[in-house]
Design a protein around this ligand. Sequence first.
Ligand code: ZN
Length: 451
Amino acid sequence: MKILITIISFAFMTVYMSSCNHPPSANGETTSYQPATDTELTEFISKIKAVDNHTHANTIDPNDKGFDALPLDALFPFELPARVRPESQKWLAASKAVYGFTATGLNEKTIKDLSDTIGKVMKWQGEKFPEWALDQAGIEVMLANRIAMGPGLSSPRFRWVSYVDALLFPLSTKAEAAVTPDREKLFPLEDQLLKKYLSDLNITKLPATLDEYLKQVVTGTLEAQKTGGCVALKFEAAYLRSLDFEKVSLQSAREVYSRNVNGGEPSRERYKLLQDFIFRFIAAEAGRLGMAVHIHSFPGAGNYFVAQDCDPVLLEPVFNDPELHNTKFVLIHGGGTFSQHTSAMLWKPNVYADISLLTLIWTPDQLAAVLKDWISQFPEKVIFGTDASSFGPGLGWEMSAWLGAATARQALIIALSEMIRSNEISLSSAKEIATMVLRTNAGNLYKLGLN
Ligand SMILES: [Zn+2]
């Protein structure tokens, strides 16, 4: 933590020195803003025990496979953003902070040394390694978006977020998969996951009617996930189709289901009716069962991702549906470059946004600008997240958890101190907002029972 504070302080002071010249306040007088305020805010934010809204934390099993329903390895090779490429200096900072690693550059030799060090720490920590990793990043509770939890990832420090896209596609996905080369690789993974869900329920064949499918397979799976400790359901649908889930009548959906449940190819147009109906059914069930709905909203990843399909504005009819007002929706990755559309959606009482992934690939300044827009309007709807996941040998999820947490804290310091400096908020409000974003907003949303 000491190294973390030093890095944050340094990053902040650089920003402070370049931009703080005691600007006049709204009434024309010079503000009494003091550098001491920065130091106090920086120290306060560095000590907040965070709740991480979105990650793919690994179990301690070296062959862990359950960390994503659609692992991005399926889509490689594609170019990662510069900040998370293997040669990025950011990984060096993370390795110093997490492991006390002292190399001055990352190359084949030093990555090997780092992997050895990590291996030793993992052996020493055993099943406690994931919790140890959280402590390094100042994270108290981490939501793990996984097919299933596993050794080392146990409550209360780790909470489960399951995947539900597979339930949208009970019919043949052949035509859907043909839309892009990426979807060709992803749809078979959803087909497999649906088979797993059926086998978990001891169902060998899809039910003959949609009503039976909804009751036995969809509700059956969601209730089992709830019993298994799930706090939210995740849709990665934007990798597979557009987020425009229309309101469709039960009768229309029934017709599509029963015509092709025993084989054949539904047209894409007709299949969409069924998918849209099931999406809204799942969202309503999530509300009934007290689980939030997480939706990937970010223009990536992959070489053929359809950016316009992930625009959060496409979800407005869902958010505005009075029948779904008991459901809490979280825009995962905050819409990315559609962040202004996310800002518009934050007006909805049941919509939240997290900053996961943005904390890895955007600089603190870029993130601060977006955060300022959101937190100046709806500070109770903005949630910290990292999207911690493994980026390859030596670059495990614990490293990206640290990088995401450090970046989020830096961005909050920049955004909030700018707001203090312009007399928009007081230091005590800034501390309160930082605590909400990093900890209590998620604590309240998922009823985590934090102190
Ligand atoms: Zn993710």
